[in-house]
Design a protein around this ligand. Structure first.
Ligand SMILES: Nc1nc2c(ncn2[C@@H]2O[C@H](COP(=O)(O)OP(=O)(O)OP(=O)(O)O)[C@@H](O)[C@H]2O)c(=O)[nH]1
Ligand SMILES: [Mg+2]
Length: 318
């Protein structure tokens, strides 16, 4: 397909076209994930720029705005690409502690309301409260497609394992292996990162160069990359809806996974706390032991000094 055909396919995409109809779904939710600063908001701006087909480049999602150590995008925001496709800018992951991960899966499962600030939770009760609130805003009709944005500027290191786990859990939660988008392809090393994701089982890996405020001259190549990603996502939806699905059941499945995850996160946190208390206790004991030895050494030295002084006293009294 050329760019015009890809764009047309996207604009005309409807969930009801499959053999079993829309099966309770009425919107495709392209869910963006990735580390802070890897280009999620910029990807949304690129998509809007191409789909809206405007001359003017608009920063819909803020790439440089709210400065914070937890990433720039703090609010889970949705942007409509077409009548049937919405793209969601999720809060980027940072330290990946146990509850932060649970929060990420809550975003993935669509349990955090759109338009709400994502505050990393660090305890069981607040996490469960969030889930209870989600029950009041049921969103069965969103068909979730996870997309992971990874910047070619960042060589992959120890985060490899957590990314692998994340991709696997996306499959459990949504039935879809995330599409991998490698951003900043012109400034980074794409080949190695592509290999890493290949090894994790990724089949769809697309390197791109986002349109940005500084560089938004439209080129056929850049536009094709962006359109291809959306097209691949929609093909996944089409393929899933070719099978029997049911939006309510899928939602319950996601919730079940999340509940189990939160319980595990809670146990992990308890274990982390237990280890930390234990480490502190050992450090205090070690210090006390060192002080005791130091004290004994001082007493020994004083004793020897006293003995030496006694021996050197003159015997003239006799
Ligand atoms: N050259 C180039 N710069 C990019 C590309 N994608 C993003 N950037 C720049 O990288 C910086 C971070 O991009 P964002 O889109 O804000 O990243 P983010 O993932 O939304 O970050 P958080 O909101 O903090 O999680 C911005 O200055 C962008 O202009 C790209 O493909 N090429
Ligand atoms: Mg952002």
């Amino acid at each position: 397909m050329d760019n015009a055909e890809l764009r047309k396919y996207i604009l005309n995409f409807s969930l009801g076209d499959g053999p079993h109809g829309n099966q309770g779904y009425n919107r495709v939710l392209l869910q963006l994930f990735g580390y802070a600063g890897h280009g999620k908001s910029s990807f949304i701006n690129s998509c809007k720029y191409i789909i809206d087909d405007r001359e003017e480049f608009i920063e819909h999602a803020e790439p440089e705005n709210i400065q914070s150590k937890g990433g720039k995008t703090m609010i889970r925001k949705a942007y409509d690409l077409t009548q049937n496709i919405t793209i969601v800018d999720n809060r980027g992951f940072c330290t990946m502690k146990s509850f932060e991960r649970a929060e990420m899966y809550a975003q993935l499962g669509n349990f955090i309301p759109i338009g709400e600030e994502v505050i990393w939770t660090d305890n069981y009760t607040s996490m469960m409260n969030k889930l209870e609130d989600a029950e009041l805003n049921l969103n069965y009709p969103d068909f979730i497609v996870p997309i992971l944005i990874y910047s070619a500027d960042y060589p992959m290191g120890p985060q490899r394992e957590e990314l692998k786990k994340f991709l696997e859990n996306c499959v459990i939660m949504t039935g879809i292996f995330p599409i991998i988008v490698i951003s900043k392809k012109e400034s980074g090393v794409v080949k190695n990162i592509k290999e890493e994701f290949n090894n994790m089982g990724s089949k769809v890996i697309i390197p791109i160069e986002n349109y940005t405020k500084e560089d938004h001259d439209k080129t056929q190549g850049k536009t094709e990359e962006i359109l291809t990603i959306i097209h691949k996502a929609l093909e996944q939806v089409r393929s899933c809806l070719g099978e029997r699905r049911e939006s309510g059941r899928d939602w319950r499945q996601r919730k079940k996974f999340l509940l189990e995850y939160i319980h595990r996160a809670d146990r992990e946190k308890e274990e982390e706390q237990r280890k930390s208390v234990e480490a502190k206790r050992r450090a205090v004991e070690k210090k006390r032991e060192e002080e005791r030895k130091e004290q004994e050494k001082r007493e020994r030295e004083e004793e020897e000094k006293r003995k030496r002084e006694q021996q050197s006293w003159p015997c003239s009294i006799l």
